[in-house]
Design a protein around this ligand. Structure first.
Ligand code: ADP
Ligand code: ZN
Ligand code: ZN
Length: 752
């Protein structure tokens, strides 16, 4: 791709990707001082308009490439080369380029997202510490006799492998800087500055390694994965194992095997599942070979862990979403645990789904991908059904423990009994009392926060739905109307329920945050903690509560999804699920799937020890199939029902979705841009391989002073969808549409 052989001629031009929402790279001139050291993958400080910003070298040229249309005199110089050793490996360069294209996103933004946060700022730097080391050969008996303290220092140093941090040495009783300095002057020791990695687990108590004999099912699953890793070819597996079936053990052994074959391994975990317990366990098994990348680390820790991977010191990386871009070389295995989890989806630009990028990464380099879940995403199970993924199953819990039984508490009935809204049913309150009496623990799961409002009939559970879309209408308080966010259908709020004529219509969407306070008042003798993103923001806070709960220092945890997954608390025998099915009323095609997954996952938290577990689910929808199948933990039944719905409404996995958001400060302009784009989408798609819905107001119709409209696309396949979008964007721009107002999201997780 380079114009001439770079090994003989130093590059004169560089093409750089910049973290800006533009689908192109930019050409700069390489000043002579850096042309000998610039490499593809290095960061560059570049002029951009009146500013300077950090870009990434993606191609080098000895001559101006023919396809660059800029006047040579207008090409500007690179200001500075930021890295002598490129931070970005060729593999990550290719992977980010593919990802940007797949998600109609921007390469430069994707490259920036692939690096640890804050790396471009001056604040994140390697940590340097003053250290002391013994100088070999130095003979303590030589020259003038040493003092006792001086001799002691030499002894301590040699007892510590000949080298220590200055501060560590000074912590020893009786040691002061003065004798140390004398030793240094006389050439016995050397004081120097050393880079010290910040270790996220530095103060953690690491558990002993456990050594199980795998069950037959675990062995069979592991054998398939190991065999695939040995062939060094791309293969992909769906590991479908019920909660507590020992998937984690399979991952750990598969990673071990991969290391033994001389290759590296990557494991992705959802935001919340990277429990303190799990990281410690991995450290016990892999020692310093494992690096940890997740959002609760400090920037410095993340930077150091990332550099350990880049240097090849850590050959196993565990992390959340952005760890999919961890610069591991010679990758043999990529694991995505809880692959259905929505936190793999990046919710702001650049959009991507780390699960799908992980599979692509494995595909590009001939590695093995393993997606694991107790409740696989519809798309993943469909891929297993159609043979795209090899299917592995762990159908039983370890130790023959049964899955917790789940009971539905019909809240319509509770409402009738009390004649008013009570958030906690007598059934659940009684169960809490009994559990506590036995000295066992309780988890209460609340709904997630921050959803839009919709109308629910308290008597029959009916929600008001769109006539065209089979999607719940959203209540807009401003004009007192119900609105469909897909097709723009609207109607006024009914006075009585259209189904049962009850007057008890209720606007759902508020008021779960008080549950923890209510519980605390009701059970003053119980030690209760609330865990969610609102109450806990600082690093370590969540860890602390979870560890305390695991150690029996708390009787009850109240929280959102965060506490639903991944944790292993043997003394929890009651899980109460409160209003979690509110999701079922949301205008979201995945609400049934989400609800099913969430309840199954949380039910998996109960009864993991020797005692049996009980799960109580409060619901207004006891007849909904998501609830019925979740109650019985029947994945196959749920899948069979849900896939029919997806097929009927042209949803994934049968169709590929995109959502296009149009944002503008001026209402008319927003509408104008949206209509221009709609026209171009229709023109770009004469064969109607892509169905276009909207524009309609987005569920948040105005945000930060901007009006927001939404267009939904349903494509018969990915290529048709991407082509239509590309052609339409170019056409719309040609007709005066400002592309800066347009935000494309491929495979949106929520259509809201
Ligand atoms: P999953 O990830 O499928 O929910 P885990 O891997 O957490 O399940 O396993 C559940 C529990 O069983 C854990 O406490 C784990 O240590 C234990 N376990 C896993 N495999 C075995 C085994 N072969 N023998 C005994 N205990 C095991
Ligand atoms: Zn509609
Ligand atoms: Zn009704």
């Amino acid at each position: 791709m380079t114009t001439t052989d770079l090994s003989e001629n130093p590059p004169k031009y560089v093409e750089a990707a910049l973290p800006v929402p533009l689908r192109r790279v930019f050409t700069y001139r390489v000043p002579a001082e850096i042309s000998g050291s610039i490499q593809i993958g290095a960061r560059l400080k570049l002029p951009f308009g009146r500013r300077s910003m950090t870009g990434y070298a993606v191609e080098l040229h000895t001559e101006l490439p023919a396809d660059v249309e800029v006047d040579e005199s207008k090409i500007r110089d690179v200001i500075e080369l930021s890295d002598d050793e490129p931070l970005i490996t060729p593999e990550i360069l290719k992977l980010t380029q593919w990802t940007a294209d797949y998600y109609a996103s921007f390469w430069g933004e994707m490259l920036k997202a692939s690096l640890p946060a804050g790396i471009n700022s001056e604040k994140v730097r390697p940590r340097r510490r003053k250290s002391v080391r013994l100088i070999a050969g130095a003979d303590a008996n030589e020259g003038k006799a040493l003092t006792e303290t001086q001799l002691e220092i030499l002894e301590i140093l040699s007892g510590n492998g000949g080298e220590m941090l200055f501060t560590e040495l000074l912590e020893q009783p009786g040691i002061t800087p003065s004798p140390l300095n004398t030793l240094a002057k006389r050439g016995f020791v050397e004081v120097f500055v050393k880079e010290v990695d910040r270790d996220p687990l530095r103060n953690a108590i690491i558990p002993a390694k456990d050594d199980f004999t795998l069950t037959e099912e675990q062995s069979a699953a592991l054998a398939s994965i190991d065999e695939a890793v040995s062939t060094s070819q791309f293969r992909s597996f769906l590991l479908h194992g019920v909660t507590g079936s020992g998937k984690t053990e399979v991952y750990i052994r598969a990673m071990k095997h991969t290391l033994e074959t001389g290759r590296s391994a990557l494991m992705l975990v959802p935001e919340i599942a990277l429990t303190p317990v799990f990281s410690r366990r991995l450290r016990a098994v892999f020692g310093s070979e494992v690096a940890i990348l997740h959002s609760n680390l400090s920037q410095g820790e993340r930077f150091d862990e990332w550099r350990r991977i880049r240097r090849g010191d850590a050959r196993i990386a565990i992390g959340t979403r952005s760890a999919v871009f961890a610069p591991l070389e010679n990758l043999g295995l990529v694991i995505v645990d809880e692959e259905h989890d929505p936190s793999y989806r990046q919710h702001e630009s650049p959009f991507y789904n780390a699960r799908d990028v992980a599979v692509m990464r494995a595909h590009m380099i001939g590695a093995v991908a393993v997606l694991g879940s107790a409740t696989p995403a519809m798309e993943s199970f469909y891929n297993a059904q159609t043979g795209k993924y090899e299917y592995l199953k762990l159908p039983e819990r370890i130790g023959g423990r049964g899955l917790a039984t789940a009971e539905l508490v019909d809240m319509r009935d509770v409402f009738k009994r009390f004649g008013k809204d009570v958030p906690l049913s007598p059934e659940l309150l009684d169960a809490i009392v009994e559990t506590h009496k036995r000295g066992e623990q309780v988890i209460i799961l609340l709904n997630r926060r921050g959803f839009s409002q919709f109308v629910l009939c308290r008597s029959c559970g009916e929600t008001m739905k769109c006539k065209n879309c089979d999607i719940t209408l959203t209540f807009h308080r401003g004009d007192n109307r119900l609105l469909c966010h897909y097709c723009n259908y609207r109607e006024s709020v009914p006075k009585v329920c259209p189904k049962c004529e009850s007057e008890y219509l209720y606007f759902v969407g508020e008021g779960t945050e008080n549950i923890a306070a209510t519980l605390a008042k009701r059970f003053p003798d119980m030690r209760i903690a609330r865990v969610d993103r609102d109450t806990m923001s600082t690093k370590g806070e969540i860890d602390e509560v979870l560890l305390k709960f695991a150690a029996g220092g708390l009787d009850m945890l109240v929280g959102t999804q965060m506490i639903a997954k991944g944790h292993d608390f043997p003394n929890v025998t009651l899980v109460g699920v409160i209003s979690v099915d509110i999701g079922l009323g949301l205008p979201d095609l995945r609400s049934a799937e989400r609800t099913f997954q969430l309840i199954t996952q949380v039910a998996g938290r109960a009864g993991r020890g020797k005692k049996a577990g009980r799960v109580l689910i409060q619901t207004y929808y006891p007849d909904h199939y998501a609830l019925r199948f979740a109650k019985d933990q029947n994945y196959a039944g749920f899948y069979a029902e849900e896939i029919k719905y997806r097929q009927r409404l042209n949803y994934p996995p049968f169709f590929v979705l995109a959502s296009i958001l149009i944002k503008h400060r001026d209402r008319q302009q927003a509408a104008k841009m949206a209509n221009l784009l709609r026209r171009s989408l229709d023109a770009a798609n004469p064969a109607k391989n892509v169905r276009v819905l909207g524009p309609a107001p987005a569920s948040i119709a105005r945000l930060k002073n901007e009006y927001r409209l939404q267009i939904i696309l349903k494509g018969i396949n990915r290529r048709a969808l991407r082509e239509t979008i590309d052609i339409a964007l170019a056409d719309a721009e040609h007709h005066g549409c400002d592309l800066k107002t347009i935000f494309v999201e491929i495979d949106p997780v929520n259509l809201m």
